[in-house]
Structures are given as structure tokens and as C-alpha cells.
Write a protein that binds this ligand. Structure first.
Ligand code: UDP
Ligand code: MG
Length: 310
């Protein structure tokens, strides 16, 4: 019996990429002995992505689509695809050809060897802008420093998960899953493959610097409460430092020494005002996450699909 491989592809304004990626996957599977299905997830695109997806899925029986009711973001689009996949393993990859489909046979080989997670690490891409490269490296450094997981720089959302792992994921109800971190956290037998990313086939990246920053902040706060501890430590250090200052003040009072210091008082107020706001903000992020999660809203809403109900 040939095994079934599900390919999950999130798409947000990728009208020109749908055919290209689907055709190149078809080509890859024409030379290996697996059945495959493609699940294209339209993440509330504003262009003709959905039409292209529907058009393509009507040409073959193994092409499925999920249409979100609005844009829920890349991570949830991948999650939705995995939730609906039938395969013995699920491969998630981007729509823009940056994740080379030619790598799929290698990933499957490792899977057959018994690895339950085969993830990929992108080699440093010289063609990417300097801003993108340094923001990406900063992203991983901050993440690893501040949280309890250890992500390799360049870890991509191009990965194969065994059905077992996918089933575990189905029970995750986090409303903002950070898949790269979660996959690492899950354990299982994992294997990393390195690859050279291609240039985007068409369109432009949806990850702006602002989004990267949000993702980093989110990655840290959803994996660890280390930032809360650092607030406590910082508080201790500063209180201790201020205690050391008391003898000097007593001395100044006792000896009638005039201490001038308008500038330093203002500086101190501003500095600590800012610091307190930052720490309050960090606590706020955690409280906000708890609030969002307790509402128990569905993580994503599907408007239409051609996937038969399980
Ligand atoms: N994507 C998505 N929803 C979003 C943003 C992106 O489904 O809100 C998809 C996008 O269509 C692509 C993948 O996620 O298939 C990765 O996005 P992109 O190529 O823009 O990111 P980059 O490769 O620049 O990190
Ligand atoms: Mg891309």
C-alpha cells in the first residue's frame, strides 16, 4: 500500500503562485511511490488567490482547499491544514517557492528511517536584504535568550510531521500557536535538513519588520515566564543599589551639605517611569494572553471547503 502524504500550503495574496507550487509538487510526486494530497489554505486573501485555488482544485481529486472567513495569520493557516489532513505524514510549506519542493523526497526518506519530525533549516540567504537577515538573526537570538526553547537560527516553517505528531497538535487549543517553538517543545525523534532558499516566485513577503517583532515577542511570552523573573531580579538589584545610597544622604543631612540635583532627579524619574511601564507592559501581555485564551473562541473559522468531513 502506498502511503499518503498531505501537503499543507497557507496562502495569503498569492494568486500567481498557486499553480506554480502545485505543479512543482505534482512533478516531484510523479517520480516517487507515494500518494499525495494538497491542502491549500486561503487565509482571507484580498486578491484572486481563492479563485485560483478553486480553479486548480477542480482539476484533480487530490487538491483540497480551506477558505478562512478572514485573515487569521500564517500559523493558524498551517494549523488548520494539519487539522484537516488525512495523510500518514503532513508536510507544511510556503506558497512562494522559497521552500524547494525538491527537498520532499529527502524528507520522506528520513521519515521512513523513523524520524517523526523532519524540519528544515535555511542556509543564510545572500540575496535577502540586510534588514531581513539581521532581523531574522536577532529574532532567534532574543527568542533563545529569553525563553526555554532552543531554536536553530533559520528554522523554517517547512517541515514534515508524522501522523502521530499531527494528532497531538490537533488537541492544541492555543489561540496563537507558534509552530516552530511548539514542534521543538513536543519532542519526538527530530531530524534537521539544511537547504538553500530560493527567491520568492511572485509577490512580496508578508512578514514586515513589525510583524517579525510581534512574532518574537509572542514567541517569547508564549514559551516562558522568564521575562517576569527578570523584572523581579531587576527590582531587587535597583532596590539594593538605592539602599547603598542612604548612608550618603544621612551624611549630607547631618553635615548640612547642600546636594544639588535637579537634573539627576528628573533623569531618575523618567528612567524609572519608563522601566515601570515596560515591566507593567510585560505583565500586561501575559494577562492579555490569559484573557484571550479564557474566552475559548475558535482559533480559526472556515467559510468553505471541499474536504469531506471526517
Ligand atoms: N501567509 C499566510 N497568512 C499571512 C501571512 C502569510 O497564510 O497572514 C503565508 C504566505 O502566503 C506564505 C507563507 O505564509 O505562503 C509565508 O509568508 P511569506 O513568504 O510572506 O514570509 P517570508 O517567507 O517572507 O518569511
Ligand atoms: Mg516567503
Amino acid at each position: 500500500m502506498k502511503k499518503l502524504v498531505s501537503i499543507v500550503i497557507p496562502a495569503y495574496n498569492e494568486a500567481d503562485n498557486i499553480f506554480v507550487i502545485a505543479e512543482s509538487i505534482k512533478k516531484v510526486f510523479s517520480s516517487i511511490a507515494y500518494h499525495y494530497e494538497i491542502i491549500l489554505v486561503d487565509d482571507g486573501s484580498a486578491d484572486h488567490t481563492l479563485e485560483k485555488i478553486k480553479e486548480y482544485s477542480s482539476t484533480a481529486e487530490n487538491i483540497f482547499f480551506l477558505e478562512f472567513s478572514k485573515n487569521f495569520g500564517h500559523q493558524l493557516a498551517v494549523k488548520a491544514g494539519m487539522d484537516h489532513a488525512f495523510g500518514d505524514c503532513v508536510i507544511s510549506m510556503d506558497c512562494d517557492m522559497q521552500h524547494p519542493p525538491e527537498l520532499i523526497p529527502d524528507m520522506l526518506k528520513k521519515w521512513e528511517e523513523g524520524f517523526e519530525v523532519v524540519y528544515t533549516i535555511r542556509e543564510e540567504d545572500k540575496s535577502l536584504s540586510k534588514g531581513k537577515r539581521s532581523s531574522s538573526s536577532l529574532f532567534y537570538k532574543t527568542l533563545n535568550w529569553l525563553s526555554d526553547i532552543d531554536l536553530e537560527p533559520g528554522a523554517a516553517d517547512f517541515r514534515l510531521l508524522d501522523q502521530k505528531v499531527v494528532n497531538v497538535f490537533r488537541n492544541f487549543q492555543e489561540n496563537e500557536p507558534f509552530l516552530r517553538g511548539l514542534v521543538k517543545w513536543l519532542g519526538f525523534k527530530q531530524y534537521a535538513i539544511r537547504y538553500n532558499p530560493a527567491a520568492r516566485f511572485s509577490g512580496k513577503s508578508k512578514y514586515t519588520l513589525k510583524k517579525m517583532f510581534r512574532l518574537a515577542l509572542h514567541g517569547v511570552t508564549s514559551f516562558s515566564i522568564k521575562p517576569l523573573y527578570s523584572a523581579v531580579y531587576l527590582g531587587f538589584i535597583l532596590s539594593f543599589a538605592s539602599v547603598l545610597y542612604i548612608p550618603y544622604i544621612i551624611y549630607a543631612f547631618a553635615n548640612n551639605v547642600e546636594v544639588s540635583g535637579w537634573a539627576s532627579v528628573i533623569m531618575t524619574i523618567v528612567f524609572f517611569g519608563g522601566l515601570q511601564l515596560i515591566i507593567l507592559g510585560i505583565i500586561g501581555i501575559y494577562v492579555g494572553k490569559m484573557f484571550m485564551q479564557t474566552k475559548n473562541r475558535p482559533n480559526y473559522i472556515i467559510r468553505s471547503t471541499n474536504i469531506p468531513q471526517k
